[in-house]
Design a protein around this ligand. Structure first.
Ligand code: AMP
Length: 380
């Protein structure tokens, strides 16, 4: 199936070609025509499934018919759990929307940075991508009006709710006009998500992209048995001997992440940490450099495991395993996306071996495990 068969305008189809998307992903095939017809949608899909374009493209098209400039009244609202996801989604709107006949202005707003620049950029915004807390701050300062919202999207709704934003979201919903189109995307229907979706959506089209299918086939997974105390030297051995560039390393705590970075820097390997203790500026800076290939190793906590879109990332290393199998899938989903193959490497200590078995069982994949006790790691 071609993108042109989904009901998208010629100018959008051209913009899609420029992004080198050759064929719509399953979620896009299902969601785009329904979205264009004004239907509510619930998408159960992971990051990596192509869900962002499945709502961004139809929204851009629907907003082509908008009337005069909007002032502070936004037409479409995308609620997201994290700043990183807000920035990423805005990037997608920008990429596809830049050359349309009717320019669509999108803006990402999120907490942790000064509110004034966001207030100043608000005028004429059509699509606002926001974290709930900052959006309410902007509303209370009268910087934005939500009474003209025609299309609402909740992305990673499970995460929004699990982060405790329910009250904020309810407040926001109360500010929206009753007549509007809604879409909700979530990785799972667990917790409060299903009940929440039931209340929000009217006869929605349900699109489910199986989790197994979205452990992308292109990811080559491998594990190494390493004692916890030897993980540092082994990581440096891997980086050096395999000459890996652009490596995303996951650690389970801020302290470990900082530790790994400190030791890499000491040995002359460019690295930066990416976690909740870093300022927004430091995080954006690290991510920009990493994406541009100017930073060899980014060491992140699970904050970074979702929603961050780094195209063609060749390597993800789990320095430690995450607690939940779902987080494991999200982490390794950073690689092997968009038709590029990638490698996911896990360092497994004897203490983690049992947990890793559980992860493999849940994922429905066996991961080959290599011993490392014969390696001479002295000097790494
Ligand atoms: P998402 O799940 O929205 O974060 O998208 C995952 C990745 O897939 C992003 O890098 C997109 O640029 C890419 N992508 C989305 N749709 C397509 C498509 N139809 N063809 C190729 N790449 C795509």
């Amino acid at each position: 199936m071609a993108f042109s068969a989904l009901g998208l305008s010629e100018s959008l189809v051209r913009a899609i070609k420029e992004q080198n998307y050759t064929q719509p992903y399953p979620i896009q095939q299902a969601a785009i025509p329904a979205f264009l017809q004004g239907k509510d949608i619930i998408g159960i899909a992971q990051t990596g499934s192509g869900k962002t374009a499945s709502f961004a493209l139809p929204i851009l098209q629907l907003l082509q018919h908008k009337t005069a400039r909007t002032g502070r009244r936004v037409k479409s609202l995308i609620l997201v759990p994290t700043r990183e996801l807000a920035v990423q989604i805005q990037g997608v709107f920008h990429e596809f929307g830049a050359k349309l006949p009717q320019k669509v202005k999108s803006l990402a707003v999120y907490g942790g940075v000064s509110i004034n620049p966001q207030m100043m950029q608000m005028s004429g915004t059509d699509v606002l991508i926001a974290t709930p807390g900052r959006l309410l701050d902007l509303v209370s300062q009268n910087a934005v009006q939500l009474s003209g919202v025609e299309i609402l999207v909740l992305d990673e709704a499970d995460k929004i709710l699990s982060l405790g934003f329910k009250e904020e979201v309810d407040k926001i919903l109360a500010l929206l006009p009753e007549k509007r189109q809604n879409a909700l995307f979530t990785a799972t229907l667990g917790g409060d998500v299903e009940a929440f979706a039931d209340k929000l959506l009217i006869s929605p089209l349900k699109i489910q992209i199986e989790e197994e299918a979205s452990v992308p086939e292109l990811i080559n997974q491998i594990a190494y048995q390493v004692d916890a105390a030897k993980k540092g030297p082994f990581l440096r051995y891997l980086l050096k001997e395999s000459d890996m560039q652009q490596v995303l390393v996951f650690a389970s705590s801020i302290r470990t992440a900082d530790n790994i970075v400190g030791k890499l820097l000491k040995r002359g390997i460019q690295a930066a940490a990416f976690h909740g203790d870093k300022s927004q500026g430091a995080r954006t800076d690290a991510l920009t450099k990493f994406k541009a290939g100017k930073l060899r190793v980014l060491v992140a906590t699970d904050l970074a495991s979702r929603g961050i879109d780094i195209k063609f990332l060749p390597y993800v290393i789990n320095y430690e395993l995450p607690r939940s199998p779902k987080d494991y899938v999200h982490r390794i989903g950073r690689t092997g996306r968009a038709e590029a193959s990638g490698q996911a490497i896990s360092l497994i200590s004897p203490e983690e071996a049992h947990h890793f078995k559980i992860i493999q069982k849940k994922m429905g994949r066996r991961v080959p495990m290599e011993p490392t006790d014969q390696l001479d790691l002295a000097g790494y």
